[in-house]
Design a protein around this ligand. Structure first.
Ligand code: BGC
Length: 389
């Protein structure tokens, strides 16, 4: 071998090694904790939060019900709670717009009307042995001006906590759904701490759920700072791959109007972009990848969420905080087979990481339950409760 060949060979071998090392490094990324030092890990994994998390494995959101505005809510009958239990769910998460039922500052007195509505859900759920999460949902004033709306937030929780203090421990409180806009995790940390200490005055043993900002974003977990309370479960949401789960959903903007995405990709027949929607270049590039990349690299595949779920597991183990996946799901405009494939793949991936999940939603636009036929939507029962293949 002459000198030039030898140098060439060394370079090629070195390059091959670097890429092999990179590939290995990709597959075995080591979790490194990066929360502010004030977030202290809890060493025990036998805390009340971990005990409680065992009741919150397979849940369903009562979406578009008590958080809905006038004219777009669903109706729920007492019999449907028995049906939820029969289907296999062990808990129900109840989004509630309490802030629409408050009187004037500084009391922010909640009206009996909202307690009556929530009582109907809570008593029927508990009677059917379903654990319950009640939350504050769509509290836009808090998102817009977290500090300005803190007094109202605390007053609402003070009243809810006092009202339900004698209820069984299967009833739990989630402080705020999907903080976003100006409600950053850094700003919400001290607000949550104040709410937790308010609630603890009347409910020393109630399990609480707390969501990071960024819409309950998994990427925000590493900004959380929780007080050392050992009965707090962290809750996050994940709608990835978003262009699949929210295809055609009117409230998420022009870039998600294209429908026809299947799960998993690539499709048998390429999806033709609808040019009437004037797709941006990045939307066209996404469609191209969806049409051409093999399953294990396709953007419409479990690749979109498995790494995130793994991160949750590692973060949770390190900090000693059980994490609950409070919302995932696919809008009704995806084809039924793809919806079933998606719900099945997602819940299996969550279970593989030991994460309890709660689908969005029971009977609204991401529905599990078909009220007109009194049965689950096609394939969804098996997807959620069938044997893991
Ligand atoms: C919102 C719903 C929405 C769902 C999926 C929830 O957090 O409250 O209105 O349908 O997310 O986007």
């Amino acid at each position: 071998m002459n000198r030039t060949n030898l140098i060439g060979t060394i370079i090629v071998v070195a390059l091959l090694n670097v890429s092999a090392w990179n590939a290995r490094a990709e597959g075995t990324k080591v979790f490194s904790p990066s929360n502010p030092p004030a977030m202290k890990p809890i060493a025990s994994h036998k805390t009340p939060a971990y005990q409680a998390a065992k009741r919150f494995k397979h849940g369903v959101n009562l979406g578009d019900y008590l958080e809905a505005g006038n004219g777009w809510g669903v109706k729920v009958s007492a019999a449907e709670f028995a049906e939820m239990k029969k289907q296999g769910f062990d808990h129900v998460r109840v989004p509630i717009a309490w802030h629409r039922y408050v009187g004037r500052a500084p009391e922010f007195k909640l009206s009996p009307e909202i307690f009556a509505k929530v009582d109907f859900v809570v008593t029927n759920a508990l009677a059917n042995k379903l654990a319950v999460i009640i939350n504050i949902h769509h509290f836009n004033e808090l998102d817009h001006d977290p500090q300005g709306a803190t007094d109202e937030f605390l007053a609402i929780w003070r009243q809810i906590a006092a009202y339900y203090k004698a209820y069984p421990k299967a009833l739990t409180f989630e402080l705020d759904n999907e903080p976003h806009e100006n409600a950053t995790t850094a700003l919400m940390n001290p607000i949550y701490a104040r709410a937790i200490s308010e609630i603890r005055k009347s409910n020393p043993h109630r399990t609480l759920f707390v969501e990071p900002a960024g819409w309950g974003g998994i990427d925000e977990l590493n900004k959380l700072v929780l007080p050392p309370d050992n009965n707090v479960i962290v809750s996050v949401h994940c709608y990835d791959p978003f262009f699949f789960t929210h295809q055609g959903a009117g409230w998420v903007g022009a870039d998600f109007k294209q429908t026809g995405f299947q799960f998993p990709g690539p499709p048998g027949k390429p999806l033709v972009p609808d040019m009437k929607l004037e797709p941006k270049n990045y939307v066209l590039a996404r469609i191209e990848k969806y049409n051409t990349l093999p399953r294990d690299q396709n953007p419409s595949s479990p690749l979109a969420f498995t790494g995130k779920l793994k991160f949750i597991h590692e973060w949770s183990d390190y900090y000693g905080r059980p994490v609950h996946l409070g919302e995932f799901g696919a809008y009704i405009k995806a084809d039924p087979q793809s919806r079933a494939n998606f719900y099945g793949a997602f819940r299996r991936a969550a279970e593989a990481e030991n994460i309890g999940w709660c689908i969005w939603d029971w009977s609204a636009n991401f529905r599990y339950w078909d009220k007109t036929r009194n049965e689950p939507m096609p394939g969804l029962h098996d997807a959620l409760f069938g044997k893991t293949p």
